[in-house]
Design a protein around this ligand. Structure first.
Ligand code: KG4
Ligand code: ZN
Length: 372
């Protein structure tokens, strides 16, 4: 019989933004992925309202845990561990998940694993394509982050090669959708409109792609301004805005830069495969262009199915299971949520563990900067 360390049964809780996600995995096998989203409650504000998200998590937490266990057909007493997103994310939202995880871990006498949301977005691909190759090159693109990361072990070593110097890719999608009056969140709706538009209709700028620019950093704020100005000029002239062409041309500018830089990082680092994770990895055009460019460069592409790209609990369970399998120390019950947890810390041992990073420096957190 297999050692439970090879195939640990782990429940994962995700509450960093507006999705209450609870997943159950056995090793790298997905058993349940229950998600309750409060996105509709935020739509009329054009962005996620932290207090509304926290309250929605509180209401959805226990029913979502029960649903996940039922879907997985397992009993809580059989779990080998409980994993939870400890950060980064909205402080109040994270707190609900961390408190629930601690309560369940304590009541059931199970080990607790506080894990990093960003590393979870990478590790989730194990549920789709099996064990991650080591090292793995990852392009992480979400509402709060856009980074190129190199990892030799997803439980302990994640090295940032580059990141956005202003807006995250998902944030740019959300903002352009708002300018086009397409609602929130913007990614899925722009993706849909773009399918019927011409990506070459308007030549929008590609940020940080000059010969002297940082090879692996991204910038989307100039693009965002340029698209908004283009739309304003059309409106001022009393002309119709070709929404599908704008969506397609804007989207092309984003995914062109993302894929170009990711392929370059793989070549420079001698890594022959690329993983793409985070909400924006659900984008149809990003997936297609990445596939095309990776094939040309002899790089193997790994992208999870769209439902596993956006926030969910299964990704947290996947990283938790990897922590158990690799014998990482459990977090203590003093574990606290850390809204600015750096990507370099996949695992949070707890109150007495490594919290050495600079808390005075407040990092950008997922989706909470949408009011700007
Ligand atoms: O990873 P995620 O679910 O939450 C964060 O951790 O931020 O990512 C959410 C972001 C949003 O900005 C949303 O507009 C974007 O992912 N997104 C997409 C698509 N689906 C979600 N962006 C482009 N195309 C999509 N199909
Ligand atoms: Zn996310």
């Amino acid at each position: 019989m297999a050692d439970t360390r090879d195939e640990p049964l782990v429940l994962g809780i995700e509450t960093s933004c507006d999705e209450t996600g609870v997943g159950v995995v056995r090793g790298t096998t997905l058993l349940a992925d229950a998600v309750a989203s409060s996105v509709d409650e935020h739509a009329r504000f054009g962005g996620v309202v932290p207090e509304v998200a926290s309250r929605a998590h509180l209401e959805a937490m226990v029913p979502t845990i029960q649903r996940a266990l039922k879907d997985a057909g397992v009993s809580a007493k059989d779990l080998d561990g409980i994993a939870v997103t400890a950060g980064p994310g909205l402080a109040g939202a994270l707190l609900v998940g961390v408190s629930a995880a601690k309560a369940y871990a304590y009541a059931l006498g199970k080990p607790l694993y506080g894990v990093n949301h960003l590393a979870s977005h990478i590790c989730v691909d194990q549920l789709e394509h099996g064990a991650l190759p080591e090292p793995t090159m990852a392009l992480l693109v979400s509402g709060g982050h856009s980074s190129l990361l190199l990892s030799t072990d997803i439980t302990s070593d994640v090295r940032p090669l580059g990141a956005t110097i202003d807006d995250a890719a998902g944030e740019a999608f959300d903002k352009i959708a708002r300018v086009l009056n397409l609602g929130f969140p913007g990614g899925p709706v722009i993706d849909r409109y773009a399918r019927e538009g011409d990506p070459a209709a308007i030549a929008f700028p590609r940020g940080l792609t000059g010969p002297r620019d940082a090879a692996y950093d991204f910038s989307f704020s100039g693009l965002k301004t340029s698209v908004a100005r283009w739309i304003e000029a059309k409106r001022a002239a009393g002309e119709d805005v070709p929404v599908r062409d704008v969506a397609a041309s804007f989207q092309e500018a984003v995914v062109d830069v993302l894929t170009r830089k990711a392929v370059r990082a793989c070549k420079d680092e001698g890594v022959d495969h690329l993983m793409i994770g985070g909400g924006v990895a659900a984008n149809t055009r990003l997936r297609a262009l990445a596939q095309e460019r990776c094939e040309k460069a002899g790089i193997r592409l790994r992208v999870p199915r769209p439902k596993l790209c956006t926030d969910n609990g299964a990704m947290v369970a996947a990283l938790g299971a990897e922590m158990v399998a690799r014998n990482r120390a459990a977090s203590d019950l003093g574990l606290s949520a850390d809204s600015s947890l750096p990507v370099t810390e996949p695992h949070v041992p707890g109150a007495h563990g490594a919290h050495a990073h600079d808390h005075d420096h407040v990092h950008e957190v997922s989706k909470d900067n949408l009011y700007s």
